[in-house]
Write a protein that binds this ligand. Structure first.
Ligand code: ADP
Length: 206
């Protein structure tokens, strides 16, 4: 089963996809995590992607599509995957249709105002990718998954968040119609407790 998680930056795609990944035993493929990993290792792809990611822009389609194709060829993807943060443009969605049959698209719905509030408090573990929020972690900077030190993502700075939202509305939001027309879309409100939203996601996948 192949599932796409669609939604604006900060809507909780990563959080919910990670939980579904554990529950269903399917790998979560996050193009954002993959790009950050390449940036950390200064691979040629990472070096090329860096200026786009840090400015809140999308990395050019061809780079992301090639990176994704390579990942999908790995054996753990044989029974399906959860796409988190891909596709983000119509060009990417068309490319994905050529390489995988999508069974369901979960569209996480949330207002821009709520997103700005969430992202300013988001903290991530650079070692394992675990994501949390200052309102849940108090003063404890230790990652509860691996013990790494949580930090703010460089592209969560307020000006960059606003640019990412603009990019989302212009380039990614049209995919809601794209998947609606294919009869694959389920829209889930991403407002409220993580557990409640997760419950809604599971119902939408049932
Ligand atoms: P969020 O969903 O919170 O924006 P991600 O980790 O998914 O976070 O993405 C972070 C950044 O990585 C994006 O702003 C963009 O620069 C880049 N990126 C991730 N996925 C894609 C993609 N599918 N196409 C182009 N750029 C991408």
């Amino acid at each position: 089963m192949n599932i796409v998680f669609l939604g604006p930056p900060g809507s909780g795609k990563g959080t919910h996809a990670a939980r579904i990944s554990e529950a269903m035993g399917l790998p979560r493929i996050s193009t954002g995590d993959m790009l950050r990993e390449n940036m950390k290792l200064s691979t040629p792809l990472g070096i090329e992607a860096k200026s786009f990611v840090e400015a809140g822009k999308l990395v050019p389609d061809e780079l992301v599509i090639d990176m994704l194709k390579e990942r999908l060829a790995e054996p753990d993807c044989a029974n399906g995957v959860l796409f988190d943060g891909f596709p983000r443009t119509e060009r990417q969605a068309e490319a994905l249709d050529e390489i995988a049959k999508i069974d369901r698209v979960i569209n996480l719905d949330i207002s821009d105002a709520e997103i700005v509030e969430r992202m300013s408090g988001r903290r991530v573990c650079p070692a394992c990718g675990f994501t949390t929020h200052v309102s849940w972690m108090g003063d404890d900077l230790a990652c509860k998954k691996c013990g790494g030190v949580l930090e703010m993502r460089a592209d969560d700075a307020p000006e960059t968040v606003l640019e990412r939202l603009r990019v989302y509305h212009r380039q990614t939001q049209p995919l809601i119609d794209y998947y609606e027309q294919k009869g694959l879309l389920r829209t889930v409100s991403s407002v409220g407790d993580v557990a409640d939203v997760q419950q809604r996601v599971r119902e939408a996948l049932a």
